[in-house]
Design a protein around this ligand. Structure first.
Ligand code: ADE
Length: 242
């Protein structure tokens, strides 16, 4: 998957290209992450990237011309049709099904807004999808763009070392719409608390069932809304019923 991020702060992308699983995805060529900076497409002496909103009021918007020029450059660099995604608190709330679908796109342009955002006519004419990462306001779209890229990268075949770990993640696979079970590592006692005995038993089927029960219990206590969603997903309930 090839992702180009339109951003005034391209260095921020090192948070994903420089570390961990997403870094390896880039190194192995399963993922490319490039930045196009609207500032590089300004034409004035001051390289202006912001502009005042019509109607007045506090706050600035991203300047339209550099943004459109950057978008054009991004499309040309990718060389194939790319979905254009704008990260904004006004978008639909990102969830695992959306991530799974977006992860199948061969190419994508993510617009990371700054200031109060971008001109509505750019949204209307250039943007295919708008996504929010949650009901809170951040200072820019870079972190949301990286959240989206990280989540998508994990769904690209070959990105996770042990392919099963994607399936084990909360929100996907057999445990679809369930929170993860608790995990324990050495030593067997930490701050006076022992590892649940079943995990030391070597009884794989018992361990599997314990983990499923924990996941269900946790989800029921912390996120009952996810169990509601599960009720409406035929085929995911067989295990709990036996
Ligand atoms: N930009 C600022 N806040 C955001 C959010 N919560 N989600 C997506 N983009 C944003």
């Amino acid at each position: 998957m090839n992702v180009t991020v339109l951003t005034l702060f391209p260095e921020m992308l090192q948070a994903i290209t420089g570390y961990g699983i997403t870094r390896r995805a880039v190194e192995t060529g399963l993922l490319t992450v490039n930045a196009v900076n609207p500032r590089d497409y300004t034409t004035d002496r001051h390289r202006t990237v912001d502009d005042r909103p019509f109607g007045g009021g506090p706050g600035m918007l991203m300047k339209v011309e550099p943004l459109l020029a950057a978008l054009k450059a991004a499309r040309e660099q990718l060389g194939v049709p790319a979905r254009v995604v704008y990260l904004t608190p006004q978008g639909r709330k990102l969830d695992q099904p959306a991530v799974d679908r977006l992860a199948t796109e061969p190419a994508m342009i993510l617009i990371a807004g700054r200031y109060e955002g971008i001109d509505e006519r750019v949204v209307a004419t250039e943007v295919d999808e708008q996504w929010s990462i949650g009901d809170y306001v951040l200072s820019g779209g870079e972190l949301p763009a990286m959240v989206m890229i990280d989540a998508m990268a994990r769904r690209i075949p070959g990105v996770l070392g042990h392919q099963d770990s994607a399936e084990q993640d909360s929100f996907s696979g057999t445990l679809a719409n369930l929170l993860d079970c608790p995990h324990y590592t050495r030593p067997e006692e930490v701050n006076g608390l022992r590892v649940p005995e079943v995990l030391l038993s070597g009884h794989h089927e018992a361990i599997r069932r314990w983990r499923l029960k924990q996941a269900l219990g946790r989800t029921w206590q912390r996120r009952p809304d996810l169990l509601e969603a599960r009720q409406h997903s035929p085929g995911l309930n067989s295990e709990e019923q036996d």
